[in-house]
Structures are given as structure tokens and as C-alpha cells.
Design a protein around this ligand. Structure first.
Ligand SMILES: *[C@@H]1O[C@H](CO)[C@@H](O)[C@H](O)[C@H]1NC(C)=O
Length: 138
């Protein structure tokens, strides 16, 4: 074994131990998205995010199964989601109005702790603005 090997390994471990700079808050990584019973999830919506990333993905969550196709969200979820996570090989399309009308946006696999950072039209953003959705996985 090359003398460099243990050094590189130690370096990799040290890097892994450094906490990410609040990049995803309490949000799970895309790859970790599973229901507690182990079944596959397409995406999860969370109703909480605030200026502090640590608080993203807090409070209530809405789990979407692959193929979830909602012309409108359950009443307590309309215009409520402010963080979301999309599972690997899945894609979430959202609309700003019920019936899949208004503005639309596609979120590919990944963690989106602050939907505020995603532009909806010229002035708006996607925080508290999702009213319909379609989630599909390949
Ligand atoms: C996102 O939109 C909301 C409501 O329209 C607004 O209050 C908020 O300031 C916007 N946030 C950003 C970062 O643009």
C-alpha cells in the first residue's frame, strides 16, 4: 500500500465530519428519502422553513408516492409547502394554482430546503405557493 493511502483516508474522514454549512437544514438527503415502513417515496413536502436553514424541513410533512397526481392538495397543504425533497430518479412538477394552472416548475431529484429561493414568475417564489403537483419516478 502506498504511504499516501492512510493520509488520504484520514483526510476523507475529517472532511466527512465537518458539518455542511446548513446547506440542507433538517432536510433528508434525496437518497435517504424513504417512508418509515421502507416503501418508496417520490417526494416529501414540508411546511416549515424560515431564514435559518436548521429549521427547514421541520413540522408537518406530506409524503408523495410515485405517480402521485394531485389537481389540488389536501386543504391544509394548499399554498403551504416551503421545503421539499425529491427522491433519486424522480421528478416533481408543481403548479401555483389548483387544477394544474398558473405557473409551473419542475424539481429534479435533490433537497430544496428553501423554496423561497426558487423564482415563480417575476416577483413570486415557490414558498407557500404549491397548489397542484405530479410526482413521477423512472
Ligand atoms: C417569497 O414570496 C413571499 C410571498 O410573496 C414574500 O413575502 C417573500 O419575501 C419572498 N421571498 C423572497 C426571498 O423573495
Amino acid at each position: 500500500m502506498s504511504p499516501l493511502r492512510p493520509l488520504l483516508l484520514a483526510l476523507a474522514l475529517a472532511l466527512a465530519a465537518v458539518p455542511a454549512p446548513c446547506a440542507q437544514g433538517a432536510c433528508p438527503a434525496s437518497a435517504d428519502l424513504k417512508n418509515s415502513d421502507g416503501t418508496r417515496t417520490c417526494a416529501k413536502l414540508y411546511d416549515k422553513s424560515d431564514p435559518y436553514y436548521e429549521n427547514c424541513c421541520g413540522d408537518a410533512e406530506l409524503s408523495l408516492e410515485p405517480g402521485a397526481d394531485l389537481l389540488y392538495l389536501p386543504s391544509n397543504w394548499a399554498n403551504t409547502a416551503s421545503s421539499l425533497v425529491v427522491a433519486p430518479r424522480c421528478e416533481l412538477t408543481v403548479w401555483s394554482l389548483q387544477g394544474k394552472a398558473g405557473k409551473t416548475h419542475k424539481f429534479s431529484a435533490g433537497t430544496y430546503p428553501r423554496l423561497e429561493e426558487y423564482r415563480r414568475g417575476i416577483l413570486g417564489n415557490w414558498s407557500n405557493a404549491i397548489s397542484a403537483l405530479y410526482c413521477r419516478c423512472s
